[in-house]
Design a protein around this ligand. Structure first.
Ligand SMILES: *Cc1c(COP(=O)(O)O)cnc(C)c1O
Ligand code: SF4
Length: 344
């Protein structure tokens, strides 16, 4: 951790020179992230029996300390911990679970471009994420085949340029905000220069786990984007939003971005009216609009997080009675081969 000299006021009103710990850069935060269930449990004073090395061999644990610091010590049921700690349940195999539950593979146009819906294309920019969520539907996606860097993206950009029906480009992954700002700023400029593209969207969870990712060099390309920028965050629980996360969300809104949130309904984590209500309230108070509440994609290794459609519908109905209309997310499921996400 870097140290900075700072002038602080002593209690007697005199200023003194002091050495304060400074916040690590987001790149530094990625480097020092926790990479095993064992270390995660140790840090939180929880018995390591919670984690499973068999599950981690398939999908490694990756959790930044900034996120771990928002977890409750000694509580194996902590809603943040439960999203990222490996478990024996992941090794159970089921007939209903698939490796590609949402039909991503069938939707590939080439060059890392996926198109499932009219007017919108999704660009797989990278396979990297800043956190590994155990329920992730892309945990089996063949990222090796996605384009890498400017040369790879140039091919994707040509595909978008050639199809005038495309008016929105969605940067996804992996997580686009794990890329350097230099690359992102280039990509946003290239996409922004395509006449028929009207909007650019970025799906990300990096600011949730490493809020300092919303740094000055990111805000610069956000402010300078030629086309309206939408960020779709991925918060699942109110406890994920602390002071520094709130500060980052405010900075994005001030820079002119529209910020939305999509959550995944997860058993034992946020499958209650109270948990969803607290999340939605915290979001709208920060001008972040709850967009989707996703039903879990039935991916191999994640079925223990499943909540029934009836239970999900009941939660959203209760939210509708208690929150303003713009504060209620749409409950949806993504089904392969449909024209949009399927409302429930
Ligand atoms: C979810 C998704 C979109 C965006 O859908 P919206 O309903 O517009 O949010 C676009 N492309 C793909 C491949 C998707 O999975
Ligand atoms: S950040 Fe998103 S893509 Fe990455 S593991 Fe989590 S849910 Fe999956």
């Amino acid at each position: 951790m870097g140290l900075v000299m700072a002038t602080i006021l002593a209690t007697d009103g005199h200023s003194v020179e002091a050495t304060l710990p400074s916040e690590p850069s987001w790149q530094e935060a990625m480097k020092r992230a926790i990479r095993s269930g064992h270390d995660l449990c140790k840090r939180l004073a929880i018995a390591p029996a919670l984690s499973s090395s068999q599950a981690e061999a398939d999908f490694p644990v990756f959790v930044p300390l900034e996120y771990v610091n928002r977890m409750r010590k000694g509580d194996p049921d902590d809603p943040l911990l439960r999203q990222v700690a490996s478990s024996h349940d992941e090794t159970l195999r089921s007939d209903v679970a698939l490796l590609d539950p949402v039909g991503d593979l069938a939707a590939q146009l080439g060059g890392g471009v996926l198109q499932k819906y009219e007017r919108r294309v999704l660009l797989i920019t990278t396979g990297a994420c800043a956190v590994h969520c155990r329920y992730c539907f892309r945990r089996h996606f063949p990222y090796e085949t996605a384009p890498k860097g400017k040369t790879g993206w140039s091919r994707s950009l040509r595909l978008i340029e050639q199809d005038r029906s495309i008016d929105e480009v969605i940067l996804s992954g992996g997580d686009p905000l794990t890329l350097a700002d230099e690359s992102l700023s280039w990509l946003i400029r290239q996409i922004g220069a395509i006449g028929h593209v009207q909007r650019i969207r970025i799906h990300t969870r990096v600011p949730v786990v490493i809020p300092q990712r919303v740094c000055e060099s990111l805000l610069k390309w956000v402010r300078e984007s030629a086309k309206p920028l939408f960020f779709v965050m991925h918060f699942n629980h109110a406890q994920e939003i602390d002071h520094s996360v709130a500060k980052s969300l405010r900075a994005l809104v001030s820079a002119g971005a529209t910020v939305l949130n999509q959550a995944v309904l997860l058993r034992g984590i946020n499958d209650s009216v109270e948990a969803q209500k607290q999340l939605c309230l915290k979001l709208i108070n920060l001008q972040v609009l709850p967009y989707y509440l996703h039903q879990l994609d039935l991916v191999q290794g994640a079925l223990h997080y499943q909540v029934t459609d009836q239970a999900g519908a009941k939660i959203v109905e209760a939210l509708r009675a208690q929150l303003p209309g713009y504060g209620v997310p749409k409950l949806v499921r993504e089904l392969a081969g449909q024209q949009s996400k399927t409302p429930l």
